[in-house]
Structure formats: structure tokens, C-alpha cells
Ligand binder design. Structure first.
Ligand SMILES: Nc1ncnc2c1ncn2[C@@H]1O[C@H](COP(=O)(O)OP(=O)(O)OP(=O)(O)O)[C@@H](O)[C@H]1O
Ligand SMILES: [Mg+2]
Length: 344
């Protein structure tokens, strides 16, 4: 499934990315710092297990504290031992991430190249990922969910509309939406998806699993990637926020494993829509707002890419809902939870 992971852009393209004239942000010079391995090892207390905060397809992530006192997340990339597969992408990644700046993108503080070691140093996001929050069943109000959706959409809008050429995220999923203490969302890993999985089977399977439930059908079938593939993935994230369910959950019975497939019949029937809403919300959401959020989600999830809305339109629509939702939260009459309603 290399189509998920290999780069579509040219080798040195990061150096050619500019910020369009419609961008409010001024183009900045690359800002990431080069750290020594010793500095980062000391920051992460020797990369001990106790500092490990996560592990993804590309390697382990450690919490660390720099000598300045700043908390950081240090991602230690796994490179293929013999071919050093991934090094070129690492360099491109550092250049690209240091050129793109937005309050809804995780900041790259620096990097380290030391022998076979390739490390990326990001600002630390204390609340972890949206995936974790949903998995741990943390109480997230309707208003907070909309706020997270708006922030993630703004980050994606920046990638699609302000960078020239547009940056296609390729790996938009709740695990890549990180949150600060105020639950302000930031997109992460928006370039790392280019790192190839060659020579690392675990890596491949993690990537495929991680991407499967979010992948636009045309991308899965042909590997043809456009910014509209990101819109589909964004629709899946919206659906996760609304239902509290994972995009792909193999622990559920067969027909409920794919969130999109399971939700479709409910989304197209206004009378049934509230049956898929996260039971943790306990009916605390404005019904009209829910219907509108579902309508946006359904548009993002259309099979034909050209029918999906642009991220600019999505931002406007979600911002409107978020401003409405604040003043209009009312308790819905208790309904059957989706698991009850769905038993055969
Ligand atoms: N900047 C950060 N601040 C705090 N925690 C982070 C940060 N970056 C990553 N993490 C944590 O590390 C975990 C693993 O992240 P990573 O990006 O390596 O994998 P992933 O996104 O879950 O999957 P994949 O990389 O395979 O797509 C995240 O789920 C998150 O909990
Ligand atoms: Mg990630």
C-alpha cells in the first residue's frame, strides 16, 4: 500500500513552497533549530520508557524538556538500516515544516541528524490527540467538538489555500489532531506521510490501519490524490466528533466496523440522525446544529471528489455553526443509544 506513504511532490519541492498572495501570513525564513543528539537525549532523559508518550508508524515519541525549560515532543524516526530510506524525506520535511506557520499547525521547534538518528522536535501538546480523547471517553461538549472541528478546518485551509503549491495533508485523522490545554487543535504530521515504509513491515501495517478508515475511495483505488481526498478524511473526522466512534473499529461487529459505512443510512434520514450521536453528549446539543453538521459531513464524504466542498466553504459553515451552537444548546429528549438501536 505504498500509495499511502510515498511522496507525490518533487524531491526539493519544500524549498519551492511559497505562501500565496491571499495569505495573511508573511513568508518566513526556515526557523527550525538544529539540536545535538546529546541535547535531545538529555531533554528526554535518555529516551527512557518513562518519557515515552506515544508510538506511530514512523517511530517513538518522547516527552522532553529543553535546557530553556520548554516542553517538547521528540519524535525518533525509524530509518531503514541499509538504505537509509526516509532521510531525503526527513530533510524535505524539516524544510517544509519550517516554512509553514499557522496557529492550527503544530510547531516544529527543531531537528537532529546524528549518525543514523533522525529526530524531529515539536512543541508539546499536553492534551495529546483527539483520537486519545475520544478513546478515553473524555467528556467533550458539543461546543468543544465544534471548536475542534473549526480549528482543524482552519489548519487544513492554510495548507490548501495559503501554501503555493497547495499542501495536500494526506494523513488527516484524529490521531494527528493534537490539543493544547485549552483544547485548541493543531494538525501534526502533515508532511511526514511522505516517508516510505520500505523494509519495515510493522510500519506498513500501522500506516494502512491508520489510514484505512479515512482514505477517500478514489485515492484507495487509484492512488490519485487531490486536495479533495483531504476533504473526505476531514468528513471522517467530523463523523468521529459527532458519534464518538473510531473511523475503523475492528472490535465491533462486522457491519459497524467502518464508521462511514455504518453511519450513511442514518445521515440520510433526518429522523434517525440523532441515533448516531455520541451517547456521552446525553442529548446536550441543538438539533438544528446537529442536522447542519451532519449535512456538512455528508457533503465531505461524497464519493465523487468534485462534489465535495472546498475547505474555505467548510470553514465558513463550521464557524457559523460554532457561533450559533454557543447560544443554542438545548437538551434533546433521551433517545436509544446507537448500540441499542442497532442490535439485530
Ligand atoms: N507534539 C506532540 N505533543 C504531544 N504528544 C504528541 C506530539 N506528537 C505526537 N504525540 C503523541 O504521540 C503519539 C504518536 O504520534 P505519531 O505521530 O508518531 O503517530 P500517529 O499519528 O498515532 O500514527 P502515524 O504516525 O502512524 O500516522 C500521538 O498519538 C500523541 O499521543
Ligand atoms: Mg501522528
Amino acid at each position: 500500500m505504498n500509495c499511502f506513504c510515498t511522496g507525490l511532490r518533487g524531491k526539493n519541492e519544500a524549498a519551492e513552497i511559497t505562501l500565496g498572495s491571499n495569505s495573511k501570513a508573511k513568508p518566513k525564513k526556515p526557523s527550525a533549530t538544529s539540536f545535538s543528539f546529546r541535547e535531545l537525549a538529555s531533554a528526554a532523559r535518555g529516551f527512557k520508557e518513562v518519557n515515552l508518550i506515544g508510538e506511530g508508524g514512523f517511530g517513538k515519541v518522547y516527552k522532553g524538556r529543553l535546557s530553556t525549560g520548554q516542553l517538547v515532543a521528540i519524535k525518533q524516526l525509524r530509518l531503514d538500516g541499509e538504505t537509509h530510506q526516509g532521510n531525503r524525506e526527513f530533510v524535505t520535511e524539516v524544510l517544509m515544516l519550517s516554512l509553514l506557520h499557522h496557529s492550527n499547525l503544530v510547531k516544529l521547534c527543531g531537528y537532529c541528524t546524528h549518525g543514523d538518528q533522525r529526530l524531529l522536535v515539536y512543541e508539546y501538546m499536553p492534551m495529546g490527540s483527539l483520537e486519545q480523547l475520544l478513546e478515553e471517553k473524555k467528556p467533550l461538549s458539543w461546543k468543544t467538538r465544534l471548536k475542534i472541528a473549526v480549528g482543524a478546518a482552519r489548519g487544513l485551509q492554510y495548507l490548501h489555500c495559503s501554501a503555493n503549491p497547495p499542501v495536500i495533508y494526506r494523513d488527516l485523522k484524529s490521531a494527528n489532531i493534537l490539543l493544547d490545554n485549552n483544547l485548541h487543535p493543531k494538525l501534526s504530521d502533515f508532511g511526514l506521510a511522505k516517508l516510505g515504509p520500505v523494509g519495515d513491515n510493522t510500519h506498513v501495517s500501522t500506516r494502512v490501519m491508520g489510514t484505512y478508515g479515512y482514505c477517500a475511495p478514489e485515492y484507495a483505488m487509484s492512488g490519485k490524490l487531490t486536495i479533495k481526498s483531504d476533504i473526505y478524511s476531514f468528513g471522517v473526522v467530523l463523523l468521529e466528533l459527532i458519534t464518538g466512534r473510531k473511523a475503523m473499529d475492528v472490535t465491533r461487529k462486522q457491519r459497524e466496523q467502518s464508521l462511514v459505512a455504518w453511519s450513511r443510512p442514518y445521515m440520510s434520514d433526518r429522523r434517525k440522525v440523532s441515533l448516531i450521536v455520541d451517547p456521552l453528549l446525553e442529548g446536550n446539543y441543538p438539533l438544528r446544529c446537529l442536522h447542519n453538521a451532519i449535512a456538512i459531513t455528508a457533503m465531505c464524504l461524497q464519493d465523487q471528489p468534485n462534489l465535495r466542498p472546498s475547505i474555505g466553504d467548510i470553514v465558513v459553515a463550521l464557524e457559523y455553526l460554532a457561533s450559533e451552537g454557543v447560544s443554542d444548546v438545548s437538551r434533546q429528549p433521551p433517545r436509544q443509544s446507537h448500540s441499542q438501536s442497532d442490535t439485530d
